[in-house]
Design a protein around this ligand. Structure first.
Ligand code: PLP
Length: 458
């Protein structure tokens, strides 16, 4: 088997053995018992819906601990983790530097509701190494950061409407839980109960990668569009990588129409590089939001812009935004330790090369087998898509029936010690803690899982 695998790594198309052996399902007794209990406490047994395993087999695994690229569940099953807490853990689990800094800072107390030097320290790490923000404000989650960025854009421009894209996720604030209605340019429709229709009417939802829709939206709501918000690289509904040309068009259209361009980089910030997608495209957004990685695994979000735009935030300006635990010292400590590691020269190059090699050999395997399977990828982000399309750039391009295949793949990977987020619409992450050894193991498991997905009856 190893020899054949080597051939795949080197791109040879020689004979590859078929493997259609299902493995027994992992033991889930303890996780299942914990889930029964958690259902009595929390709606659906969870504190965030995607954790509920609604679109994959089985019940949620309750995680006991993580170390490096590994996690262990309550039943003692060990997994190589590609979910990384949904993105924050670019250094892997329980990184020594992060743990030590957090432990050190915790000795002095956990929260003061007054400024600390740690906030300056994390801000300096970010601002000194980033061309896109001059002043920032810390929040406690990505949702909060984006919600505040929207308020800032409205306050700054004295306009009401925002334009967002179908297939982009920006957290769960009211203005952003809105999906496309019917027709090319329409008001959004709420995508959650509890969001008033009148709120949704302030959000215009259009398709990604559609210049005409954007032009029409600006024309229809002329003079009232405060901002266009897009994920730096849309990575919450598959990985919908946009063309350079389109992002440039967005930038130009915003400027021409007096609207602000917001890059929501909660997932791409410090992931595709220290300066995120803005640097990847070489385009300066007016407001940027970060989250996930900047907290090193603790809850932190952040928005930033030019000093001039940020001067509109209270107490300097009239846009109110606050937080009891904002800039929390323990969370700042984790962020400082994590970003210090990320700012070392060569960090991203090494990580991205490793991830790209991993992804390329998976793609070679699938291509050699003629499987309708494509790995979309950028930096250390990857997304497994059961498709034969060369590009997927809009939410509509994703075939919902392909998720049945992901479901089988997810089960087979869990049974082989590989943990992916429990939904085929979610991306996976390679972290600095994944070594070649674990990536080889993971590849072998992925090859076997793909064989089972595509040859269910040997
Ligand atoms: C995760 C995410 C959010 C929401 O962040 P939370 O910390 O979960 O509130 C917002 N925008 C993007 C692009 C994200 O990936």
């Amino acid at each position: 088997m190893l020899d054949q695998i080597k051939k795949i790594f080197t791109g040879s198309e020689e004979e590859i053995p078929m493997n259609t052996n299902r493995k027994p399902d992992i033991s889930r007794e303890k996780s299942a018992a914990l889930y029964e209990k958690s259902k009595t406490y929390f709606p659906g047994g969870v504190n965030s819906p995607v954790r509920a395993f609604k679109s994959v087999y089985g019940t949620p695994l309750f995680i006991q601990k993580g170390d490096g690229c590994y996690i262990w569940d309550a039943d003692g099953n060990q997994f190589i983790d590609f979910c990384a807490s949904w993105g924050p853990l670019i250094l892997g689990h329980n990184h020594a530097k992060v743990r030590e800094k957090v432990t050190e800072v915790m000795q002095n107390g956990m929260s003061f509701g007054a400024p600390t030097a740690l906030e300056n320290e994390l801000a300096e790490l970010i601002i000194k190494n980033n061309r896109f923000v001059e002043k920032i404000r810390f929040t406690s989650s990505g949702t909060e950061a984006v919600m505040s960025a929207i308020r800032l854009a409205r306050g700054y421009t004295n306009r009401n409407k925002i334009i967002k894209f179908e297939g982009c996720y920006h957290g769960h604030s009211d203005s952003l839980l809105v999906k496309a209605g019917s027709g090319l340019v329409t008001f959004g429709e709420t995508s959650s109960a509890g969001v008033p229709k009148s709120f949704a009417e302030e959000t215009i939802v259009i398709a990604l990668n559609d210049k005409q829709a954007l032009t029409e939206a600006f024309a229809q709501f002329q003079g009232d569009v405060a901002a266009v918000i897009i994920e730096g690289i849309p990575a919450n509904n598959g990985l919908l990588i946009q063309d350079q040309d389109y992002i440039e068009f967005l930038r130009e259209s915003c400027t021409a129409n007096g609207a602000l361009l917001i890059f929501d980089e909660v997932i791409t910030g410090f992931r595709v590089g220290f300066e995120g997608a803005a640097a990847h495209y070489g385009i300066k957004p007016d407001i940027v939001t970060y989250g996930k990685i900047i907290g090193g695994g603790l809850p932190v979000g952040m928005y930033g812009a030019s000093a001039e735009i940020m001067s509109h935030i209270s107490p300097e300006g009239g846009v109110y935004q606050a937080g009891t635990l904002s800039g929390n010292p323990v969370a700042m400590a984790a962020g400082i330790a994590a970003l210090t590691e990320l700012s070392r020269s060569g960090f991203y190059k090494e990580l991205n090369v490793k991830a790209q090699e991993f992804v390329a050999s998976i793609q070679r395997f699938a291509t050699a087998r003629n499987y309708k399977f494509k790995v979309f990828t950028i930096g250390s982000i990857f997304w497994f898509a059961f498709t034969d399309k060369e590009k997927i750039q809009t939410a509509e391009d994703i075939d919902p029936t392909s998720m049945e295949k992901f479901k089988v793949m997810h089960r087979e990977l869990l049974n082989r010690g590989i943990y992916l987020g429990p939904s085929g619409y979610e991306v996976g992450f390679v972290s600095a803690a994944h070594t070649k050894i674990e990536l080889e193991k993971a590849k072998r498991a992925i090859f076997e899982a793909l064989d089972l997905v595509f040859n269910p009856h040997p």
